[in-house]
Write a protein that binds this ligand. Structure first.
Ligand code: HEM
Length: 404
């Protein structure tokens, strides 16, 4: 590391500077969250600065993570990720809108993810989970991400927006590349295809409306005006992407943990009543979202002054893994009290609108998988991989189990 690369703007105190690159930090095996916490932990200050990726602040404590997410007056979600910013894509709506514009769009998505709707989607998720597991249980092995984790959220998205089952192979294949493509260019191209697919569906539903979510939002009015096609496509894309990488990746972290910890697995098999709290505890221990915000106006945070236009990275693991908030935070304790009080689903006005659905999908996985495959491990000789991006993603995970 040369001194030049640790350059920093005049308003950044030198003792807050750390060399951290979100896209290239060393991850110890599958321990994405612990590795990030250990590297950032070299400097205990609650707000840090890194010169990497254009230079940005880092919220580095449970307090600063929560403060940034709660304060939409100072922290805009116009930019929600560290790294290159693509202005040609439609903004992901409502995520990239600030109050007061954000609320009416969020309300439209909330209708589709109401407790009643989630109840029905949960039933579908259970049927599909059983179908997928029964499909490979007698093989004694599977590649968990491609054969299970990705299928669930795509099928659920298709239910929400009323897309035909015949489109599933196409959507699964482009979503697979968008999520697990080798290069940034491949992933970007596949995201473009997803967008084109979304725009085509919007056009079709406008021409011939039904009772599905795309037709509902296409017919909705915000501030007395119809929503334009670009914005509609951004909403459809957010619903797909918001629930895809996130659920698939979280499932991957759950599966790798259980594969490596037989006593935790056994506890859930023998006491299924532990599953709801275990679900919250695993969400606390394995947050996958690394968010960002753009500073709108100068603001004090964690003893430093952030300037308008600065970018701040908000890693959700810095909340759930902060020992000032959770005792012994790296230990997974299914009997921990209140593990759910964390920022894994974000916070403030943009707090995940799909959190109830996500929790349901994850709980159903624990219930149905452990009933059928109570003993499993990572297949010897395989090399499971974590990709360090703004969503921590396990890109492949080969599991094996005894066939009964
Ligand atoms: C384990 C799974 C999930 C995790 C960890 C997760 C995490 C998050 C986080 C951290 C945010 C806040 C982003 C920000 O403030 O910048 C968010 C927002 C959002 N999520 Fe999720 N999410 C999950 C599943 C889902 C699902 C299943 C859906 C829908 C089907 C969904 C839809 C959304 C939407 C639409 C927003 C934007 C809300 C707004 O701007 O008001 N998410 N999610």
């Amino acid at each position: 590391m040369t001194t030049a690369t640790l350059d920093h703007p005049a308003h950044v105190p030198a003792n807050r500077v750390i060399d951290f690159d979100l896209f290239h930090f060393p991850v110890d095996g599958l321990e994405y969250q612990r590795s990030m916490r250990d590297i950032l932990g070299a400097n205990p200050a609650p707000v840090l600065w890194t010169p990497r990726n254009g230079g940005h602040w880092i919220a580095h404590s449970h307090e600063t993570v929560a403060k940034v997410l709660a304060d939409a007056d100072h922290f805009s979600s116009r930019r929600i990720m560290v790294g290159p910013h693509d202005d040609t894509r439609p903004p992901l709506v409502p995520l990239q809108l600030d109050p007061p514009h954000h609320a009416p769009y969020r309300a439209l998505l909330q209708q589709a993810l109401s407790p009643k709707a989630v109840g029905q989607l949960g039933e579908r998720a259970r049927e599909l989970s059983i179908e997928l597991i029964e499909g490979f249980v007698t093989d004694g092995e599977c590649e968990f991400i491609g054969q299970f984790a990705q299928h669930l959220p795509i099928a659920i998205f298709m239910e929400i927006v009323g897309l035909p089952a015949s489109d599933r192979p196409y959507l699964t294949s482009i979503a697979e590349t968008a999520m697990r493509g080798e290069t940034e260019a491949e992933r970007g191209q596949a995201s473009g295809q997803l967008l084109a697919y979304g725009m085509q569906k919007v056009a079709e539903r406008k021409a011939s409306p039904g009772a599905d979510l795309i037709s509902t939002i296409a017919a909705a009015q915000v501030d007395g005006k119809s929503i334009d096609d670009f914005t509609l496509a951004g909403m459809v894309l957010l619903l797909l992407l918001g629930g895809l990488d996130t659920v698939a990746s979280t499932l991957g972290f759950y599966a790798q943990f259980l594969a490596r910890n037989p006593e935790h697995r056994r506890a859930l098999v023998e006491q299924p009543g532990l599953i709801p709290n275990a679900n919250e505890e695993l969400l606390r221990r394995f947050p996958i979202a690394i968010l960002a915000r753009e500073v709108k106006a100068a603001v004090e945070l964690g003893g430093v002054t952030l300037h308008a236009g600065d970018l701040i990275m908000v890693p959700t693991p810095m909340d759930g893994l902060d020992e000032r908030k959770f005792a012994d935070p790296l230990t997974v304790d299914f009997n921990r009290e209140k593990p759910g009080a964390n920022s894994t689903f974000g916070g403030g006005v943009h707090r995940c609108v799909g959190s109830m659905l996500a929790r349901t999908e994850l709980r159903i996985f624990l219930e149905e998988w452990l009933k059928r495959i109570p003993d499993f491990s990572i297949k010897p000789g395989t090399d499971p991989k974590v990709s360090a991006r703004s969503v921590a993603t396990i890109t492949s995970l080969h599991l094996t189990w005894p066939v009964r």
